[in-house]
Design a binder for this molecule. Structure first.
Ligand SMILES: Nc1ncnc2c1ncn2[C@@H]1O[C@H](COP(=O)(O)OP(=O)(O)OP(=O)(O)O)[C@@H](O)[C@H]1O
Ligand SMILES: [Mg+2]
Length: 233
């Protein structure tokens, strides 16, 4: 579904991603792990078009997509949930969800909000509250819910568990399994909660200093303590 070949990118003149090749097959959950500043978020930003790729190729369903602006990629079916609590505090839950539908017609957005609230019933009870009055966990659910409004085929998640207590991490990750299994949404997820994300993903890429340091099946890495340790040294 998603194929990245020899991607090089960065900010201004500073290169942070070096010759990265990776792919995500339809129906998979793929995790992207690695130490701080390895370039994980940068790769997600390059995929959705928030930053340009310097060279290499990014293709979605065999169609080259480097150079696309984020709304074009959203229309193709790629939705991005960025790192940190990116909800609009002053706006209500509903208004936050409406923003998620900015590429859709109004009727379609309303229909999608209705459908997405079925997946996140806790948000349904809070629909008129401002996002700032939600707990951290609820805000993270809202950020994911907003990314689902355009009905994506591929969901890019950047550290969704950031700041969440262990029981909420489990709840959120269970949701991802549900999205993947029940709705058929393919997921590429960046995480620091390594064991937890390996437990829900099919395959994993680990980045180190902007390069792929490991790729393989999540289960294999989960049972390889030595390898796991070296990846984060
Ligand atoms: N907007 C920016 N302008 C300049 N440099 C940036 C920018 N964003 C990130 N960088 C740099 O690029 C490198 C990779 O950052 P990136 O955010 O991709 O890392 P990461 O793997 O997501 O780390 P973390 O786990 O801390 O989120 C870092 O050295 C960072 O300082
Ligand atoms: Mg990051």
């Amino acid at each position: 579904m998603l194929e990245i070949k020899n991607l090089n990118t960065g900010y201004d003149k500073k290169q942070v991603v070096f010759n990265v090749s990776m792919n995500v097959l339809q129906g998979e959950i793929v995790s992207l792990i690695g130490p701080n500043s390895a370039g994980k978020s940068t790769i997600l930003k390059a995929i959705c078009g928030l930053i340009p790729s310097w060279s290499g190729e990014i293709a979605f369903n065999s169609k080259k997509m480097n150079g696309n602006e984020p709304p074009e990629n959203l229309k193709l079916g790629i939705s991005f949930c960025p790192q940190g609590n990116r909800v609009f505090d002053e706006l209500t839950v509903r208004e936050n969800l409406e923003i998620g539908g900015y590429i859709l017609k109004k009727d379609k957005t309303s229909q999608r909000i209705h459908e997405v609230l079925e997946i996140f019933p806790a948000l349904k009870d809070r629909i008129k509250q401002t996002a700032g009055s939600l707990s951290g966990g609820e805000q993270q659910m809202l950020a994911v819910a907003r990314a689902l409004i355009p009905e994506p085929k591929l969901l890019l998640l950047d550290e969704p568990s950031l700041g969440l207590a262990p029981n909420l991490v489990k709840e959120l990750f269970d949701k991802f399994i549900e999205l993947n299994k029940k709705l058929g949404i393919t997921i590429l997820i960046v995480e620091q909660k390594v064991r937890e994300v390996l437990a829900i993903s099919n395959r994993v890429y680990s980045l180190k200093l902007g390069k792929v340091a490991y790729e393989g099946r999540s289960g294999d890495l989960l049972s390889n303590k030595e390898e796991l340790k070296t990846l984060f040294l």
